[in-house]
Design a protein around this ligand. Structure first.
Ligand code: SF4
Ligand code: SF4
Length: 171
């Protein structure tokens, strides 16, 4: 199989869409994949809720709109492989056909990130300013919630990979 490392983001999206067309019915009839998709939706909702409550979402939006750009820089999209993008399609995310902002991540849209299941770097990252604005217990609670999303995302990635009959390490 061709290594995903050498594919452009457009090619990875194309591969994810082809996998979705060929496999989504079979994957969604796999009980483990189906359960994990539901769990993932719940975990993403919980993380976003916590980030909103702690004003992280609002702070990043401020950077994007008022300070000339957020931390969603061009090139971060290259961290994603076709399987992660397939998982996003299974979670009803809509993947863009073109980059909206030349200096930003391919997945940054007018109203923020268009992905549902995001890379560990995207989910985990807090700048120093945000980190310092949170109390110790707030930071700890956020890390726990985000950790649950990441653990579920990992389990889902493995279940989808197995469902596709791929070996460990295949993208
Ligand atoms: S992480 Fe910090 S610097 Fe980056 S967009 Fe959010 S608030 Fe701005
Ligand atoms: S959060 Fe979304 S838009 Fe921002 S860098 Fe990550 S994938 Fe790109």
């Amino acid at each position: 199989m061709e290594s995903h490392k050498y594919l452009s983001i457009e090619e990875k999206i194309e591969e994810a869409r082809a996998l979705y067309a060929a496999w989504s019915d079979r994957l969604c009839s796999d009980e483990r994949v189906r359960d994990l998709l539901v769990r993932m939706e719940e975990r993403i909702k919980a993380s976003m809720g916590a980030m909103r409550a702690l004003r992280v979402v609002q702070a990043c939006k401020w950077c994007e709109e008022q300070e000339g750009g957020s931390c969603c820089g061009a090139g971060i999209e290259n961290r994603y492989d076709p399987l992660q993008l397939l998982i996003n399609l299974l979670l009803n995310a809509s993947l863009p056909d073109r980059r909206k902002y030349p200096d930003s991540c391919y997945f940054l849209e007018t109203d923020g990130c268009c992905l549902e299941a995001r890379h560990v770097l995207c989910v985990n990252y807090l700048c120093k300013r945000l980190e310092e604005s949170l109390a110790g217990e707030e930071l700890e609670a956020l890390q726990t919630i985000v950790g649950e999303e990441l653990d579920t995302g990992f389990a889902l990635h493995e279940a989808v990979r197995k469902g596709l009959g791929r070996r460990s390490g295949d993208g």
